[in-house]
Ligand binder design. Structure first.
Ligand SMILES: *[C@@H]1O[C@H](CO)[C@@H](O)[C@H](O)[C@H]1NC(C)=O
Length: 368
């Protein structure tokens, strides 16, 4: 008599397991493959993604951040020690809570591939290691300058679509992921995931073969483009979500719109046994939490700007097909900066000067 009940119970358990993702931990590898001031937006893309996954619960210990990190303290930054990616600069992405794991010239193709495949020497510290296992969901985000089946690293070397595909296969063989989400924002981005052949990989990119990815808008005071269009709209979609969200990857992919992004964002899910409509966004952008998290009485600082962080703003769109083209555009933009009516700095400057002159005159007349 007991037997059918046991069968039923096992069946139910099986069913539950089939509908729930089986990962027990989350990891993320965020890579900004560019350096130099005029690539500000690639740094900002990466830091904005970093902020979002931390907000949704992936701890710093499970995030490997690869970033040239040369814009916040760049001599050309008129807002020192900050990185902004949004309208009116109301949300500083740099803050004092950013842990960069591979910095400056450490951001190389070799280091990235070694990190992914776990081929690191014994003396490499834990913060430079992807310590994922067969029950980890791994989110990989890359941004920089790319082309057909390659991504440039710091204007110095290239990683090919075959390199990354083989690295992912090694990860699969070494049981370093349960599911892997690959996201890339660069020119001809979708070609970078064209060679994947390993199971349980979902990939998405900003533009198809022969197409550029565009920046979203310029900040006239910073003097450069501050975020790329694809990343901007992905983050805008995720911004209102919290850890309990049931929204799926398919919901996100359905928002891809050529008229907004100005390039053909792509999705590849044929390698995944689970369709994106059954994978939660928080399965990759959030951390597994075994405990209930109570909201503090006062919202932490990072949450203040939620919802307002990624509002769209009117902005010029620029090609990012090559650094050289962009540099030309950036120079013209910067050259026109003091005469731009939208910039409030000259007005503030004039008012400030008037106040100073007034005060000086007052002091002078009193001293006589
Ligand atoms: C998460 O978002 C949902 C839907 O917007 C909301 O109902 C819920 O209260 C939020 N939970 C927390 C902990 O903020």
């Amino acid at each position: 008599m007991l037997f059918p009940w046991v069968c039923l119970l096992l069946g139910l358990l099986g069913l539950a397991a089939a509908t729930e993702d089986r990962h027990t931990n989350n990891w993320a590898v965020l890579v900004c493959a560019s350096r130099y001031w005029f690539n500000y937006r690639h740094m900002a893309n990466t830091l904005a993604m970093y902020r979002t996954i931390k907000r949704l619960g992936i701890p710093d210990s499970n995030i490997i951040l690869m970033l040239a990190d040369d814009v916040a303290c760049n001599a050309r930054n008129v807002f020192p020690a900050t990185v902004y990616a949004n309208k009116d600069r109301h949300l500083d992405l740099y803050g004092d809570n950013v842990e960069v794991d591979y910095r400056g010239y450490e951001v190389t193709v070799e280091n990235f591939l070694r990190l992914m495949t776990g081929r690191l020497s014994d003396n490499v510290p834990p913060n430079k290691r992807l310590l994922s296992d067969a029950s980890s969901n791994v989110f990989v985000y890359l941004t920089g300058h790319g082309g057909n089946e390659f991504l440039k690293f710091q204007d110095n070397e290239e990683m090919s679509a075959f390199d990354i595909a083989d690295a992912v296969e090694q990860m699969w063989e070494k049981k370093r992921y349960n599911k892997l989400l690959f996201m890339i924002d660069t020119c001809q981005a979708n070609t970078m995931y064209s060679q994947f052949y390993s199971p349980n990989v979902i990939a998405t990119g900003s533009s198809e073969l022969g197409e550029n990815s565009l920046s979203h808008h310029n900040d006239m005071d910073i003097g450069v483009a501050v975020i790329d269009s694809f990343t901007h709209f992905v983050l805008e979609y995720i911004e209102p979500l919290n850890k309990t969200s049931r929204n799926t990857l398919q919901n996100l992919f359905d928002t891809y719109d050529y008229d907004k992004i100005h390039s053909t964002a792509g999705v590849s899910s044929h390698l995944s046994t689970t369709p994106p409509s059954e994978i939660l966004i928080t399965d990759f952008f959030g951390g597994v939490a075994g405990v209930e998290v109570e909201q503090p009485a006062t919202a932490p600082e990072g949450d203040v700007a939620i919802g307002a962080g990624w509002e769209s703003s009117e902005g010029a769109f620029h090609r990012q097909d090559s650094a050289r083209t962009f540099r030309k555009i950036a120079t013209t933009e910067t050259a026109g900066l003091p005469f731009t009516p939208t910039s409030s700095t000259p007005i503030r400057g004039i008012l400030g000067a008037a106040v100073l002159v007034g005060a000086a005159a007052l002091a002078f007349s009193h001293s006589r």
